[in-house]
Design a protein around this ligand. Structure first.
Ligand code: FE2
Ligand code: FE2
Ligand code: FE2
Length: 404
């Protein structure tokens, strides 16, 4: 990989991550994006300061980062019982606290379902308004999805929840939702164009490789929470891939890039319904297509975050095979870089070393024998597999040690 001091910038990364968190909606995509666009429209009506609007947009795009399962997403998008929303808010805040560039949003996300009347002095006033505005437009989106209510009706319904929303925010929302364009702006492709036009107004906050690695660690944990069967999978793949990269004498920046790709290689799995991800037994053709598209979605999201090639390819090609029989692109060996092959081997190694509900973890010898078969079948790279086998103990420990 060419040495890049700055891999991406914060606005671009947040926008791409919101795409990933929106995938949890499966067929009802775009929730976080619409919430962000609606929130900014209300904030502009109230003439909020530019810096406050940026904070609002980031918090709105990431407000549901604590939601990994389609079941929880479905519950939150329904007619919410106000008390069930707390868990994902706290979980999301814990994730953001671990990212220095986003930690200032944690308290806002923690309170984004707190009724205005209970806000007290939990947050400074500007943050309390941001949290409550996200709450308000989140419910507008849920109401629209749930029962198709639009326009002024939606605000009058929400006004009946006495004490839930700031009167100032309700009045501004009432004003902006009268405008037909407010609703049309929430449809693609204008939604993305609008959000992108907001971030062009701001001076970029560059992110280097170590900063992106910290974000990738947190996002990897969000992906791993999708299913208890694959807990710590992304973490284990990243650790094994990082070791294989170092043993291959790759440049330090490339090793970090490989770790980032490994943490994020299954980000597209956020779109797979819970029941399908946990399904044991054979999949029907539609289910197989749904599964196969996770690598495609991974590459699309990481291309938006980091640009074409590099990390996006290393992660997005992890199910390609040297024989050309992999998925979803059916690429042949000449298109599969060493970095891609490392991520693919680490992915297989971790999956085999991990306890699954239908089998015990495999031993190092069993994994070695199975991977030899995959080399023979043209699925995995011979040299990378040999490296893995030569350091079997270290790979096994890295793949299985979990968060500790
Ligand atoms: Fe939400
Ligand atoms: Fe995968
Ligand atoms: Fe994987």
């Amino acid at each position: 990989m060419a040495r890049t001091r700055h891999l991406t910038d914060l606005d671009r990364l947040v926008l791409a991550l919101s795409d990933a968190f929106d995938l949890v909606g499966v067929d009802r995509l775009g929730h976080c994006r619409r919430v962000a666009a609606m929130a900014v429209a209300v904030a502009e009506e109230l003439c909020w300061h530019k810096a406050t609007i940026r904070m609002l947009m980031h918090a709105a795009l990431l407000h549901d980062c604590g939601v990994s399962t389609t079941g929880e997403h479905h519950d939150l998008m329904g007619d919410l019982s106000w008390n069930v929303a707390n868990e994902h808010s706290v979980r999301g805040a814990e994730c953001l606290k671990r990212i220095p560039e986003l930690a200032h949003l944690a308290a806002i996300v923690a309170e984004h379902h707190t009724p205005w009347g209970s806000m007290g002095d939990r947050l400074p006033e500007d943050e309390a308004l941001i949290a409550n505005l996200i709450h308000l437009v989140d419910r507008i989106d849920a109401k629209r999805n749930h029962c198709g209510v639009m326009g002024r009706n939606i605000v009058s319904i929400l006004t009946r929840h006495t004490g839930f929303f700031s009167p100032e925010l309700l009045a501004a929302a009432d004003q902006v939702t009268r405008c037909e364009a407010f609703w049309f702006f929430q449809e693609e492709p204008v939604l993305t164009e609008r959000l992108t036009s907001f971030i062009w107004r701001w001076k970029p906050i560059p992110l280097d490789l170590p900063a992106v690695l910290r974000v990738a660690e947190v996002v990897g944990a969000i992906i791993d929470r999708k299913s208890t069967y694959t807990e710590h999978h992304s973490l284990g793949v990243a650790r094994v891939a990082g070791l294989l990269a170092r043993w291959s004498d790759l440049a330090p920046d490339t090793c970090t890039g490989i770790e980032i790709a490994a943490y994020l290689h299954d980000i597209g799995k956020l779109r797979i319904p819970d029941q399908l991800l946990d399904k044991q037994g054979t999949l029907d053709p539609i289910e197989r297509m749904r599964m196969a598209r996770h690598a495609f979605d991974t590459r699309a999201i990481l291309t938006r975050a980091f640009g074409e090639g590099g990390i996006a390819d290393w992660a997005g090609f992890h199910h390609e095979c040297l024989s050309g029989n992999g998925y979803p692109f059916h690429l042949e060996a000449e298109f599969l870089s060493l970095e891609t092959r490392i991520v693919a081997v680490a992915d297989v190694f971790q999956a085999l070393a991990q306890q699954r509900p239908y089998r015990a973890p495999l031993t190092i010898a069993e994994i070695g024998a199975l991977m030899d078969g995959m080399v023979f079948a043209g699925r995995l790279d011979h040299d990378v597999v040999e490296l893995c086998k030569a350091h079997g103990e270290e790979c096994w420990t890295a793949a299985t040690q979990g968060d500790n």
